[in-house]
Write a protein that binds this ligand. Structure first.
Ligand code: 13P
Length: 255
């Protein structure tokens, strides 16, 4: 049984004061919420504040990125151990904004996923195609290569600790979400690809999220799909009211 996992990626939003307000609001709103594992992913400057605000609750905290070295002369970077010390259990790796704006490669993603696991952090590894790639019918080619590369340094025993987020780039922040059926199709393909790398039993333990314009109004249709285990949410995770209604709307009883 895969426990659903819904993460709010705050991206470069929220000062520490705003982050505290949002985290405290969600902690209060979600006291009795058990259906999915909920992960708050604030900017690095607010991780400690958010971790403090949710300490003793079921809400988990994640980082948005890391560098694979433990320490050294890497100005501006954050090590896996530093994230872990602040109370992170998760870290997003290879978000399309990092691949696009900051030129992260598949090889970087594999090294970061390895470093996360080595420090007891669960990586949330992002994959996704551009609109041009989708229109050229290259979705499986692109996603297959990203998944194989990202899992290259992951051992089969670690599958249950890994989360993959399928985020079609054309759906991020655009309000143009993938249909639930299309998302299921690609996510089913991701699970089949993972089974080639990790084995069938292990791939069945891997949790795979959909991300891209997920809102309270559409979350349920994704969660009703057999291979979709959760969501990576951007804009709709930035307000207590929206994110908590999204989490409640997500509930599918038989999962
Ligand atoms: P939106 O939910 O704002 O489309 O962002 C998705 C995303 O990139 C989450 O990582």
């Amino acid at each position: 049984m895969r426990k659903p996992i819904i993460a709010g990626n705050w991206k470069m939003h929220k000062t520490t004061a705003q982050a505290r307000e949002l985290a405290c609001g969600l902690a209060a709103e979600l006291v009795d919420y058990k259906w999915a594992e909920v992960v708050l992913v604030p900017p690095a400057t607010a991780i400690a504040t958010v971790a403090g605000a949710v300490a003793g609750t079921k809400l988990a905290v994640g980082g948005q990125n890391l560098f694979w070295e433990e320490e050294g002369a890497y100005t501006g970077e954050i090590s896996p151990g530093m994230l872990q010390e602040l109370g992170c259990a998760y870290v997003i790796i290879g978000h399309s904004e990092r691949r696009g704006y900051f030129h992260e490669t598949d090889e970087d993603v594999a090294r970061k996923a390895r470093a996360a696991l080595d420090h007891g952090l669960s990586p949330i590894i992002c994959v996704g195609e551009t609109l041009a790639q989708r229109e050229e019918n290259k979705v499986e080619e692109v996603i297959g290569a990203q998944v194989k590369a990202a899992l290259a340094k992951v051992s089969p025993e670690e599958a249950a600790k890994v989360v993959i987020a399928y985020e079609p780039i054309w759906a991020i922040g655009t309000g143009r979400s993938s249909s639930a059926e299309d998302a299921q199709q690609v996510i089913g393909f991701i699970r089949r690809t993972a089974s080639e790398v990790l084995g069938e039993k292990q791939a069945a333990e891997l949790r795979i999220q959909y991300g891209g314009s997920v809102k309270p109004e559409n979350i349920h249709q994704y969660m009703a799909q057999s291979d979709i285990d959760g969501a990576l949410v951007g804009g709709a995770s930035l307000s207590t009211q929206q994110f908590s209604s999204l989490l409640r709307a997500a509930i599918v009883e038989e999962k």
